[in-house]
Design a protein around this ligand. Structure first.
Ligand code: MSP
Length: 474
């Protein structure tokens, strides 16, 4: 019970990091920090997905060898996570020979257990999704997620995994929450589709040379999704002392890849005799100014752009407070600016600076931090457990607002010498707030905690300087 393992998807290296990737990674970081604060032994895994046709093509376009190309993109992801103050424990790369070895052994095990057979695949392949499409998937003959990419007709010898044999078992584990799919609405979607039937899937590629060789047939490589899904497990095997973290407590994914992370992954694990994960949570997708983020539209927002405008904690706060984590949503600089000024500059920032100023003017001696301000309030715990990040921040902001109003009403600056008890209480309240929001805005929380350490308190720089020039909607 005292350990906690959380993971993010491993991101394709054909793309530079954007705030879509940051969204999931940040959520995992908040959960990791929160659980560390509770005193748990935490393992937070993120990384990159580096094999497959899509990455090979991107490398070719860049005039590089796939590994050389991957190396250049990976550092961009690592820099972005550093910039956002994301404190992962390990960054897995699927080109790590330790991952390659274990993934290959797991596939061999599935083969030895009789779940893989040789066959021929003929069908349309979407390189964008790295998967075969069925007729039902097509919209106007194209992949709905990659309408600019023509699906390619492919016919090749492949090894197939007997996924269809797992249908009733999968229905049972998800209905009984042996592996929890969250939110509930997504679980129902997965179960609905699952009950329509399952087809065997191909787990190897004859035409894709950029991958891990199939252990019993070197003319084929392992299908990129199969080895990618295994990363969450391989990391715990090849990193020293991490084996105890398996099975993981929570896998965070976007709703786009939930099917892979439930149906295909759980069946593969079962076939290999590996223990199943506890929970998979699929969050929603967001648009920017109502449009899908895409290179062709030129509206892709990088983590750096957000940090440059709002600071690290501003960016972290805004990403997770904008809308409920399980839902779809929309970002625009206009909305973010408004939120930044209202909730961070005018509300929290203002409360901190006015309490500090009052303490300084009143020359109050503030006692040490009370131990009771080192526990989360019950509402925070409940919302974090349900991944309702926006609710935690909304409640904290509401609380800050209330305290600001209370100060307006009680006017502690009048006759301040007789108001020491009021100021001491205000400082305690601020310490509590800092503790509540620390997983979200770690640097800000630390600044508040340092500023109000006592005994003598001084006013300081504003935590969140107001934005003077507002972004306009396009
Ligand atoms: N490589 C696979 C995952 C393999 S995991 C074993 C992949 N990579 S990806 O680079 O395309 O990243 C997809 C993930 O990025 C989504 O599941 C989601 O977590 C995140 N997001 C990408 N765009 C997003 C939005 N517009 N909104 C929210 N999340 C987004 O799929």
């Amino acid at each position: 019970m005292n350990k906690y393992y959380v993971s993010t998807p491993i991101y394709y290296v054909n793309d530079v990091p954007h705030i879509g990737h940051a969204y999931t990674t940040l959520a995992a970081d908040v959960l990791a920090r929160y659980n560390k604060q509770l005193g748990k032994d935490v393992f937070f895994l993120t990384g990159t997905d580096e094999h497959g046709a899509k990455v090979a093509q991107a490398a070719k376009d860049a005039g590089k060898e796939p590994k050389e190309y991957a190396d250049s993109v990976v550092s961009g992801f690592q820099d972005a996570w550093k910039l956002l103050n994301i404190d992962f424990d390990h960054f897995i790369r699927t080109t790590d020979p330790r991952h390659e070895k274990i993934a290959s052994e797991v596939l061999q095990k599935i083969f030895d257990n009789g779940y893989i057979y040789e066959g021929e695949y003929e069908g349309l392949y979407c390189e964008g999704c790295e998967k075969f499409l069925t007729e039902a998937d097509l919209v106007d003959g194209k992949c709905p997620l990659h309408p600019n990419k023509e699906p390619v007709q492919q016919k090749e010898k492949n090894y197939f995994f007997k996924l269809s044999e797992f249908q009733s078992w999968l229905i049972e584990i998800f209905e009984k929450d042996e592996v929890k799919i969250l939110p509930e609405s997504r679980k129902n979607e997965v179960l609905g589709k699952l009950k329509l039937g399952l087809q065997d899937i191909s787990v190897s590629r004859a035409e894709v040379s950029w991958g891990i060789p199939v252990p019993w047939d070197n003319s084929q490589t392992i299908y990129v999704w199969v080895e990618a899904l295994l990363n969450y497990h391989t990391a715990t095997k090849f990193l020293e002392g991490k084996e105890k973290f398996w099975p993981a407590d929570l896998h965070l994914v976007g709703k786009d890849i939930l099917w892979f992370h439930t149906i295909i992954w759980c069946a593969l694990l079962k076939a290999a005799g590996i223990e199943l994960p506890k929970q998979v949570f699929a969050h929603g997708f967001f648009t920017v100014n109502g449009q899908k983020m895409s290179k062709s539209l030129g509206n892709v927002i990088s983590p750096k752009e957000l940090v440059d405008r709002y600071g690290v904690d501003g960016a972290r706060y805004l990403l997770l407070s904008a809308f409920p984590f399980g839902d779809d949503g929309d970002f625009s600089f206009e909305k973010l600016d408004t939120k930044f000024n209202a909730e961070l500059a005018n509300n929290l920032g203002n409360l901190v600076s006015r309490v500090a100023k009052l303490c300084e003017t009143g020359n109050v001696d503030i006692g040490p931090q009370q131990p009771n301000s080192q526990h989360h309030l019950p509402f925070t715990e409940k919302h974090i457990q349900n991944l309702e990040f926006d609710s935690v921040l909304q409640l904290a902001t509401g609380y800050v607002d209330q305290v600001n109003k209370q100060i307006d009403e009680t006017k502690p600056w009048e006759n301040i010498e007789s108001k020491h008890h009021v100021l001491i209480e205000l400082v305690d309240t601020l310490r509590q707030i800092a503790y509540e929001i620390r997983p979200f805005v770690p640097e800000t929380a630390e600044k508040i905690q340092n500023q109000f350490k006592g005994p003598k308190i001084k006013s300081g720089e504003p935590l969140f300087p107001r934005l003077q020039r507002f972004a306009r909607s396009q």
